[in-house]
Design a binder for this molecule. Structure first.
Ligand code: DX5
Ligand code: ZN
Length: 214
């Protein structure tokens, strides 16, 4: 079954505890946290003060997605919150293998994110060291954008690579995910989906999460 990680970027930040508790009670699989620094992406979100408040009320593990320039600094900042995953963008890291080892040494599962233009071959030689690869299906920075279809053949290619090199490595897709594309994502081997606006704008968030857990 596909795992669902609602992105709290689309939550009501005035009622963050209520929204985090609601998605956890609705049986989401992970809580996706988008960290943006205003440099790597043209948006600025939350730091460890807010994320630690989320960690306190979340009963599901955190999936922290870094969209930042200085990955190592942010990994050290968020590691004490004990997320299950920290993912960083390959486009912004000179020494990805070293950073993967660092994340793992902190007891966290390392993941790498690929922007829409980055081919899966960019991480071929890192795949065996990763727990998850996150494919962006929108340009990072904002919720509520439309799904970029080219992620489907890309996920299919990554699926073949990981079946050969590291079958335990999960494939996650982030951006524009809804009940209209979930079946195509499952068909190409995607294991985890991030969904922000689809879940938080749905009149029944539990139904929305269940619609994606196919
Ligand atoms: C975009 C973020 C996403 C975003 C997804 O940079 O990484 O996690 O919140 O939002 P939707 O599901 O609305 O596209
Ligand atoms: Zn994200």
């Amino acid at each position: 079954m596909i795992k669902v990680a609602p992105s709290i970027l689309s939550a009501d930040f005035g009622n963050l505890q209520r929204d985090v508790e609601e998605i956890c009670n609705a049986n989401c699989d992970l809580v996706h946290v988008d960290v943006m620094d205003g440099h790597f992406v043209p948006n600025l979100t939350i730091g460890p003060v807010v994320v630690s408040a989320v960690a306190k009320c979340a009963t599901r593990p955190l999936d922290i997605h870094l969209m930042v320039e200085n990955n190592t600094f942010f990994v050290e900042l968020f590691a004490p919150l004990k997320p299950q995953y920290i993912s960083f963008h390959i486009e912004e890291e000179k020494h990805p293998h070293r950073l993967i080892q660092k994340i793992r040494s902190l007891g966290i599962k390392p993941a790498i994110v690929l922007n829409p233009h980055t081919p899966p071959e960019a991480i071929e030689f890192l795949l065996k060291d990763l727990d998850m690869v996150l494919l962006m299906s929108v340009n990072p920075g904002f919720g509520g954008q439309s799904f970029i279809e080219s992620v489907l053949p890309k996920a299919a290619r990554l699926n073949e690579m990981r079946n050969k090199l590291n079958p335990n490595c999960l494939i996650e897709v982030d951006g524009g995910v809804s009940d209209t594309n979930i079946k195509s994502l499952k068909d190409v081997g995607v294991d985890v989906v991030v969904a922000g606006s689809y879940v938080f704008k749905h009149e029944n968030r539990q139904t929305a999460i269940q619609n994606l857990q196919i």
